[in-house]
Design a protein around this ligand. Structure first.
Ligand SMILES: *[C@@H]1O[C@H](CO)[C@@H](O)[C@H](O)[C@H]1NC(C)=O
Length: 279
């Protein structure tokens, strides 16, 4: 099935793009704490002592270049987690994660990333950002095609996960995923390993979203919208990092990466995961 669907996919790319939240997303939980506002151009998720909230895309996607602008909980956001990710269904799911771990006022957010293939993650990389993500909207992007997963922030690549199936590393490429996001309380672990608790007197904690944009293949009724009848638009389907992108990635990894599973030899006494010898 893998090679069959690939042949179909290579034929064409459908562009699905919209800043149109009601059409593209649904609020899935939070009893009114998730809202679509400002003439459909703004989505907000809130967390208070009783509940967080979340939304998901109406569509499932199998590959895409997906951009969203987020503005994170300002002030004292310690203990809160805002997660923005792609995820498939089932027990052997695939997942591509951005998670933003809050902090005390003036202390840096941690951007936590992970990639799951077939239910297995354990591939965390964490970063601080080169700006304050609570002051303005910034663009967080996932490029997902059959050979690469590239995480970017304002167009700067921060992480690449390559298809290394040839080395026996599973790569997410057969299961359609939905875009999901949620805000919740994780003060048992999120900030300084759980030392700093959520200050509920500052609730509600609100994260904002705008300018969703996707060039992607939509999966529906067992089929991809990318068929052989219309040719690929744009180059995202075959894109990797060019030399400029590789330089920027290196800059981020040298200056802003605070955790990398690929250097955590204590955690993997049996040896680092196979992809670590390449990525
Ligand atoms: C919070 O700030 C501290 C001190 O600057 C930093 O070490 C930590 O990585 C930040 N993020 C979290 C989620 O604790």
């Amino acid at each position: 099935m893998g090679s069959l669907s690939l042949i179909v996919l290579l034929g064409s790319i459908i562009v699905v793009s919209a800043g149109n939240f009601n059409q593209e997303f649904e609020i899935t939980w939070g009893d009114g704490r998730g809202k679509i506002l400002d003439n459909d151009k703004l989505l907000t998720l809130s967390l208070d002592h009783n509940s967080g909230s979340g939304f998901q895309s109406r569509n499932e996607y199998l590959f895409g270049k997906i951009d969203m602008q987020l503005k994170l909980v300002p002030g004292n956001s310690a203990g809160t987690v805002t997660a923005y990710y792609l995820r498939s269904k089932g027990a052997a799911w695939d997942e591509i994660d951005f998670e933003f771990l809050g902090n005390l006022s003036g202390e840096p957010y941690t951007l936590h990333t992970n990639v799951y293939s077939q239910g297995k993650g354990d591939r965390e990389q964490q970063f601080h950002l080169w700006f304050d993500p609570t002051q303005d909207f910034h663009t967080y992007s996932v490029l997902w095609n059959p050979q690469h997963i590239i995480f970017s922030v304002d167009g700067t690549p921060i992480r690449e996960f390559k298809n290394l199936e040839s080395m026996g590393v599973p790569f997410p490429k057969n299961q359609p995923m939905r875009i999901q996001s949620s805000i919740w309380n994780a003060d048992d672990w999120a900030t300084r390993g759980g030392l700093i608790k959520t200050d509920w007197s500052k609730a509600p904690f609100t994260a904002s979203y705008r300018n969703f944009n996707a060039e992607a293949c939509v999966w529906s009724s067992g089929k991809s919208s990318c068929t052989s009848s219309s040719p690929p638009r744009g180059d995202w389907f075959n894109q990797g990092l060019d030399s400029g992108g590789k330089k920027k990635l290196k800059w981020v990894q040298n200056n802003y990466m605070i955790y990398n599973y690929c250097t955590d030899t204590k955690r993997f006494p049996q040896g680092l995961p196979k992809e670590c010898s390449v990525n």
